[in-house]
Design a protein. Structure first.
Length: 260
């Protein structure tokens, strides 16, 4: 671990911890290092994906990439080490649909997602889904946590490299977020904030439709975006409804026929 990368990651942890105390659903921090921020804004912009492919935690959050940034059309060629120190690129899993989850051990919504991610990998084995965790965290903390809770999917680890990987996806330092890509490496959608089961099922069902030729890529993205918005509104309404009402949010993610 270099002093520079440790300092940057510690600053990231500190700022995001403040936002946790403020009750943020997804942890958002400013870009950490001035030179890094300058390089991000000066770099040529990746291929623009329609704003609807980046879906947010709630209907009140903007569904656009940050100013001057964009979600890449395809998975970027990031390279990070796994727990054994072996470096991997996301293209190592080419040919399989991917769910790339950015997380950290100190991020509560990130930790809450892990049982779901383990289940999805098992339940979607016929779809050949692979889940890849990208831990933006200190190596020792990640290895201990992954061992303690039994993470059974590939986990890549990076400190400064992890922060750089976040930027490569057109996202400022926000955790958690999940990237869904098809077997060709095309980014289908990017979900900011905690991933819920109904959202994951909706997205993966549309990706299955895409693979089978029942939808094209723009159609899959559009149905995912509209479905996520509807789920978010239903979840927000349920959260604010009186407990005695017994209201239950609908789950439009169960069948693609329910998506107009």
């Amino acid at each position: 671990m270099t002093t520079g990368s440790a300092t940057a990651l510690n600053r990231f942890v500190f700022v995001t911890a403040l936002l946790l105390a403020a009750g943020a659903g997804g942890f958002l921090a400013h870009r950490l290092v001035g030179s890094r921020a300058a390089s991000l804004t000066a770099a040529p912009a990746p291929a623009q994906v329609p704003a609807r492919t980046l879906v947010s935690q709630s209907p009140s959050e903007p569904e656009v990439a940050p100013p001057g940034r964009s979600v890449p059309e395809r998975l970027p060629e990031i390279s990070l080490a796994d727990g054994d120190g072996v470096r991997h690129k996301l293209s190592d899993w080419k040919g399989r649909p991917l769910l790339v989850n950015f997380w950290a051990t100190w991020c509560e919504p990130c930790r809450k997602e892990i049982p779901l991610l383990k289940s999805l990998r098992r339940e979607r084995s016929a779809q050949a889904l692979e889940v890849v965790g990208v831990a933006v965290d200190f190596r020792d903390a990640v290895l201990k946590y992954a061992h303690d809770i039994g993470i059974d999917y590939p986990v890549l680890i990076g400190e400064q490299e992890g922060l750089d990987a976040v930027g490569a996806f057109g996202v400022d330092t926000v955790l958690p977020f999940s990237v869904f890509a098809d077997g060709q490496g095309r980014i289908v959608t990017l979900k900011v904030g905690e991933l819920h089961r109904d959202e994951a099922n909706l997205i993966l069902d549309r990706m299955d439709d895409l693979h089978a030729g029942r939808l094209d890529l723009p159609g899959a993205r559009e149905q995912i975006a509209s479905g996520i918005r509807r789920l978010s509104r239903a979840r927000a309404a349920q959260a604010t409804a009186p407990e005695s009402s017994g209201a239950k949010a609908p789950d439009p993610g169960k069948s693609h026929q329910e998506i107009p």
